[in-house]
Design a protein around this ligand. Sequence first.
Ligand code: PMP
Length: 405
Amino acid sequence: MRDIADIRADFPILSRKVYNKPLVYFDNGATTQKPQCVLDAVDEVYKSYNGNIHRGVHFLSDMSSEGYEGAREKVRSFINAGRKEEVIFTSGTTGSINGIAFSFGERYIKPGDEIILSRLEHHANIVPWQMMCQRKGAVLRVIPINDNGEIIPEDYHKLLSKKTKLVAVTQASNALGTVLPIKEIIEAAHSVDVPVLIDGAQGIQHGFVDVKALDSDFYVFSGHKIYGPAGIGILYGKEKWLSELDPFQGGGDMVDKVTFEKTTYNQLPFKFEAGTMNYPAAIGLATALDYVSGLGRENIAAREKELLLYATDRLSAIKGLKIYGTSGKKISTISFLLKDIHQYDTGMILDKMGIAVRTGTHCAQPVMDYYRIDGTVRASLCFYNTLEEIDSLAEGIEKVKSMFG
Ligand code: PMP
């Protein structure tokens, strides 16, 4: 992997100060910072070739369309999808899950059917299914977790039944960092002919994703969590599902023929892309994926493992600090609480030292309920973080403790 100082220099924001202190950015689980090449790619669209995609015969529209479709191919190759028709652009993970929950629900779900989720899900992978269940009279079933913050596989197997119509689980918990055994989850579901959606919002940033090897039916993620722009996301779906499902939104570009009596839909992937898509962000996302591939996904994984181990050692050594999420398989995310100090106070004081962490429930209230807490402090690390920054965090936490006596 390239030298860390060199890599950090690719990210303009990392050299800024907050409250006159060097920024220590440990909120990569919420969103990642962007390398200059991504900023340039988006800028270049607007500066040099902005035109609405798939619409015009003119030069600029053609160039934008080429950039957008080229971005689709880049995403296809990054996640190893079989065909680019299986890669749908959306507004993000939330947009993708809402879309598929609607279309899947309308097409296949009947009263009494069941959808299986895990207790580790982000609200974005709970609420859309709940809304669909309410509409269709279906029922959510939840895979329980243990004290380490891992799902309990035997309980998952018990939940799978003839009533199960879909399993939707996260690749990694944003609240605790736990990596789920998604390959096994998919295999078990497929053995009873049940499709699986994987929420890759966290997984995409840290892991290798090969939707073909996983045999995942749906895989969703957001561009902003993998060093790309906000407002763009991916819904990967196997062609057999996407061709059977009806669109979740209607509008321009997703149609073939429109009359007041009847509309026929465009072919894949356009059938699921109604209206003007965020093509500059799609092009920025493709640049981000190139950037990640350039650093090397193995290198990133190795570096993040080193950061996680170091941070876990440093924080575990702090008296009165409890880490939530102690699985042996984790992304580089550490959730913790200090004894008798509210997570919000810890986060506020760290912020004043220039250290950005997340506090609260992390949009995963069922996880917090499991531990009977109202939130944690979360440090989510990625490859551009340094061991020195982890030292600053540990020292910052000691200062918080001393302030609270
Ligand atoms: N799922 C998980 C596991 C997440 O971490 C997040 C973002 N925190 C989401 C879904 C939602 O992503 P977005 O807000 O980009 O749609």
